[in-house]
Design a protein. Structure first.
Length: 255
């Protein structure tokens, strides 16, 4: 099979829905083999079936990215059949109705959000990079960040915003650490994107209008548009890009 990722093997977390699913399907269409990771077994199975229909060899791991043993086992199981060329650390939560401004933010909500969004990204990168180093792979790591972690653009979502700011910092230090080994580490920054993660906002017409007013293109993005950016950073087309933050937000952060 041809394509931008022909012969490559990629691991994607948060693959059960949204951007993770769209990325898995785009990578499958571009010739990649896949390790798909998510806590949602049903969603994961649906993604796997769709990826297999596109010709991909797929391995599944129902795992919580905050559980290091589970993450390590998923990568070890996939590496047993060949090297890992691409890692996408995408799994995340945004706790609508619980996340809040700091004075009103419960510690449990803070910890849960940072555990999944930042510690989960760290563990995914850690074990993905370990596999690349062990096999001498000059691979690509891509993390999903957010404008909320760059601009403070989501007041009242202090845990989520902080977690995503941490992801950008993680990307930059990993790029410095592992660039000498030929491993590139970059971030994609999706703006307001139509995914299950933001369903609560989509159902609130007033909130949706306010968000769209701040987007020069005047519409939400799609998961497929974000997946296209993931593909660029995963592929050899971005061979001189590392520590970069690729914003895919319809111009919202530029206004």
């Amino acid at each position: 099979m041809g394509g931008a990722l022909a012969g490559k093997r990629a691991a994607i977390t948060g693959a059960g829905s949204g951007i993770g699913r769209a990325t898995a399907l785009r990578f499958a269409a571009e010739g990649a083999g896949l390790l798909l990771v998510d806590v949602d077994a049903d969603g994961l199975a649906a993604t796997a079936a769709a990826a297999a229909d596109r010709g991909a060899a797929v391995q599944l791991a129902v795992a919580d990215v905050t559980d290091e043993a589970a993450v390590a086992a998923a990568f070890a199981g996939y590496r047993a059949s060949g090297p890992i060329d691409v890692v996408v650390a995408n799994a995340a939560v945004q706790l609508f109705g619980r996340d809040a401004a700091a004075a009103d933010l419960e510690l449990e909500t803070w910890r849960t959000t940072l555990d999944v969004n930042l510690t989960g990204a760290f563990l995914t990168c850690k074990h993905g990079i370990r596999a690349m180093l062990a096999d001498g792979v000059a691979g690509s790591v891509v993390c999903t960040a957010s404008p909320t972690g760059m601009l403070g653009s989501a007041p009242g979502f202090d845990a989520y915003s902080t977690s995503k700011a941490g992801v950008v910092g993680l990307v930059r230090v990993l790029a410095a650490d592992y660039g000498p080994h030929g491993i590139r580490v970059n971030a994609v920054v999706p703006g307001f994107t139509e995914t299950p993660l933001v369903t609560a906002v989509m159902e609130d017409d007033a909130a949706r209008r306010r968000l769209l007013e701040g987007i020069p293109l005047g519409r939400p993005g799609t998961a497929e548009e974000v997946a296209a950016a993931m593909l660029f950073l995963a592929s050899d087309e971005s061979s001189y890009a590392t520590a970069s933050v690729l914003v895919v937000d319809g111009g919202a952060t530029g206004t």
